[in-house]
Design a protein around this ligand. Structure first.
Ligand SMILES: [Zn+2]
Length: 120
């Protein structure tokens, strides 16, 4: 994790004084605002990373050219949940859209006025 520090007083800038979207970091001690990208430029991650045992959803691939690290938020459980939700919703749509047609079609074919016959 990278903690931006004020270049003037060397104090760490608190998280509530950082706005990543606006690229602003504000030092309350010096009362000066900086560009966050300038403060974090050139810094490296210092966390101990075990690339051979990535966390769930992440993967690491090494080849001769280098190491490629990626992650996905897909999961089998989420896919199963989406399938159940889609089947449930499509069941509602199917019943509400097609059952009135089905009832009407049986009404038209079974109840003919006197003197008329069904087509065969
Ligand atoms: Zn400062």
């Amino acid at each position: 994790m990278v903690t931006p520090t004020c270049p003037k007083c060397k104090n760490a800038i608190a998280g509530e004084d950082i706005n990543v979207a606006k690229d602003v970091a504000f030092c309350r001690v010096c009362n000066v605002s900086y560009q966050l990208s300038e403060l974090t430029q050139g810094s490296e991650l210092t966390a101990d990373l075990d690339l051979h045992h990535p966390p769930p959803g992440a993967w690491c691939r090494s080849d001769g050219a280098g190491t490629l690290v990626g992650a996905t938020h897909r999961s089998f459980g989420a896919a199963l949940g989406m399938l159940a939700m889609a089947l449930f919703w499509n069941g509602i749509v199917w019943c509400s859209c097609w059952s009135p047609f089905r009832e009407r079609s049986t009404t038209f074919t079974s109840a003919c006025p006197n003197g008329f016959r069904h087509r065969r």
